[in-house]
Design a protein around this ligand. Structure first.
Ligand SMILES: [Mn+2]
Length: 224
């Protein structure tokens, strides 16, 4: 499980170097916005999805971009221009991503634990922005829930909830958490790293397909 990447491409590259190519990854949403290299980050994560190595869950930031791209009135122009991803990609490229973003799942279910961006509502449905009411009321009935969305100084393991976002784009770390082993791996957020994303982005554009052609993510249903 990997917390909010938020365009921190360098951090994600460093984190991925830690894992063997057989590692099965789940991005817990909010891959986009805020950070310095959003398109490169999206392409890198999408490449992993296409190879069957990763699941990219939808976060509130992906949902907001989808909503604004789909709404077809003047108010949304201003909303779109306030979205970092839209400003970095431009209108045409952002709209090219719409189909891929709309295909992102809201929840990932494994054996004894599930993952979603922020939490579950009272009916057990994923809510991409929920905070206190989930933390206070969730009784573990759907298993342990791994969430991101709310940055913490460190990964927090609570009785029924694990919070894995450590604010990579705010000067914190980018964290990965393995629910089976309870292990945490962290790298620095992008603000401390040398930038090499601009050279990588053209290479990524050439090799990353726009549509997902494999059906292999089902292998991720098995715990690692
Ligand atoms: Mn979020």
């Amino acid at each position: 499980m990997i917390g909010d990447v938020h365009g921190c491409y360098e951090s994600l590259l460093q984190l991925l170097e830690v894992f063997p190519s057989s590692a099965q990854l789940v991005f817990c949403g909010d891959v986009i916005n805020r950070g310095p290299a959003i398109e490169a980050t999206m392409l890198l994560v999408w490449e992993l999805v296409c190879k069957g190595r990763a699941i990219w869950l939808r976060g509130n930031h992906e949902q907001h971009l989808i909503n604004c791209l789909e709404a077809d009135h003047q108010d949304c122009r201003a909303a779109l221009l306030s979205i970092d991803t839209y400003r970095q990609l431009g209108d045409e490229l952002a709209r090219e991503w719409l189909g891929r973003l709309k295909g992102l799942p809201l929840v990932y279910k494994a054996n004894g634990w599930i993952a979603t961006h922020a939490g579950l509502d009272l009916n057990g449905n994923p809510d991409l922005s929920i905070r206190n009411s989930f933390w206070e009321d969730y009784d573990g009935r759907y298993g342990r829930v791994v969430v991101a969305h709310t940055p913490r100084p460190q990964v927090e393991r609570h009785r029924h909830i694990v919070m894995i976002d450590t604010g990579a784009c705010y000067g914190g770390a980018l964290s990965a958490y393995c629910p089976e082993s309870d292990a945490v791996v962290q790298v620095c957020g992008d603000h401390r790293l040398k930038k090499r994303w601009s050279a990588d982005i053209n290479k990524l554009k050439e090799v990353v397909p726009r549509e997902m052609t494999t059906s292999s993510p089902s292998v991720l249903a098995k715990p690692c």
